[in-house]
Design a protein around this ligand. Structure first.
Ligand SMILES: [Zn+2]
Length: 362
């Protein structure tokens, strides 16, 4: 595992490099006996240090010995030899000299670090900010074997370059590999030009369009089409948060009129039909300009069926599954205890209403 201190490093390079260097040894007992204040330090990460995880005294040659190496297609008991952060060999019986640090992984799994492609660390939104920043969120990820995240840069007053600068600053607290997607919240010549700069100079090659959050991040179909065309011309990936924001707004007004102001109103104001509609619209408009599409956090059968149909017909559409979407439903939103009902994992947008879409990404 390797962390990068230079936030300007091209994120495509980070991703490419990550594949070659990130390796996580699953050591289940690693965190349990440690107090909260020193657990990150004992994991090789200094709490709150911007350079956490980067240790100049780290050996440049490491042999991870005797573990079960797990890849997507295969697992085998093998040794892993790493030189200057790059995996050089994975095989039986690697002989090394005295200058190599040996880690005994007998009885443990050795596997590539996971990538979380959808995070919002230190995101300022609707007058508040997400509680995890780039350090605390990444430290938690590392504890679970995720060694890279891709966070969404939110433009500042629509400005991509100002948004980028602000996220580079937030990411100074990073302790693992990361990359950026970027949201597009308005459209003009400057945004169009800045998208090009982001792709060519900053390594950001995926852009997210919000069809929800009316009055805040939501964009029109006209902007969506401009964005799709621009992504296509740059070879960038277009992403959508697919809910019909106008209809959600209508649903929210209806809930307030009915006096339903608890967490359950969140689900009732944005039923699956609104996710299905926006997913279908985004897919059809992407098809219209012949641009690939990535639909973030697919939460309902309605949306999943639209994606499955498009994929079956040969269109390039990717649906992003989210763990909460796979294992939870919306019943907790009706819990009489407000704290339980209001927990973020139950109150995601779109709301989690259906459980039965395990297979759509095949
Ligand atoms: Zn998101």
């Amino acid at each position: 595992m390797e962390s990068y201190g230079d936030p300007k490093m091209d994120s495509r390079l980070r991703i490419a490099k990550m594949y070659s260097v990130s390796i996580t040894i699953i050591v289940l007992s690693l965190f349990s006996p440690l107090s909260e204040s020193n657990q990150f330090c004992d994991a090789g990460i200094g709490y709150g240090e911007s350079t956490c995880g980067v240790d100049s005294s780290s050996p440049s040659k490491i042999l991870i010995k005797g573990g079960t190496v797990v890849n997507a297609y295969h697992q085998q008991v093998a040794n892993v030899y790493i030189e200057d952060g790059v995996i050089v060999a994975v095989q039986d019986n690697i002989m090394v000299g005295d200058d190599v640090k040996i880690i005994d992984a007998t009885g443990k799994y050795v596997m590539p670090g996971g990538i979380d492609p959808h995070t919002h660390l230190a995101m300022e939104f609707m007058g508040t900010e997400t509680i995890d920043d780039f350090f605390s969120g990444q430290a938690a990820a590392l504890a679970g074997g995720t060694t890279m995240n891709i966070d969404f840069v939110i433009p500042v007053n629509g400005s991509l370059s100002a948004g980028y600068e602000s996220y580079v600053k937030k990411a100074e607290r990073s302790c693992m590999d990361y990359g950026f997607h970027m949201a597009i919240t308005k459209w003009d010549d400057t945004v169009s030009r800045d998208m090009e700069i982001m792709v060519k100079d900053k390594g950001i090659n995926s852009f997210k369009f919000f069809l929800a959050y009316k009055g805040s991040l939501m964009i029109s179909d006209e902007l969506l089409l401009e964005g799709f065309k621009k992504c296509k011309s740059l070879g960038a990936l277009a992403m959508v948060h697919a809910e019909n924001g106008d209809a959600v707004f209508e649903g929210q007004k209806r809930m307030i009129q009915l006096g339903i102001t608890g967490p359950e109103g969140h689900a009732l104001s944005r039923p699956p039909a609104l996710e299905g509609e926006a997913t279908s619209r985004a897919i059809r408009l992407a098809g219209f300009v012949n641009s690939p599409l990535y639909v973030v956090h697919v939460m309902s059968i309605d949306a999943m069926e639209e994606i499955a149909k498009a994929r079956k017909s040969g269109q390039k559409v990717i649906g992003e599954p989210v763990v909460s979407g796979l294992v939870l439903d919306d019943s907790a939103l009706w819990d009489p205890d407000f704290q339980t009902a209001a927990k973020q994992e139950f109150s995601l947008s779109p709301t989690i209403l259906d459980l039965h879409f395990f297979n759509f990404l095949v």
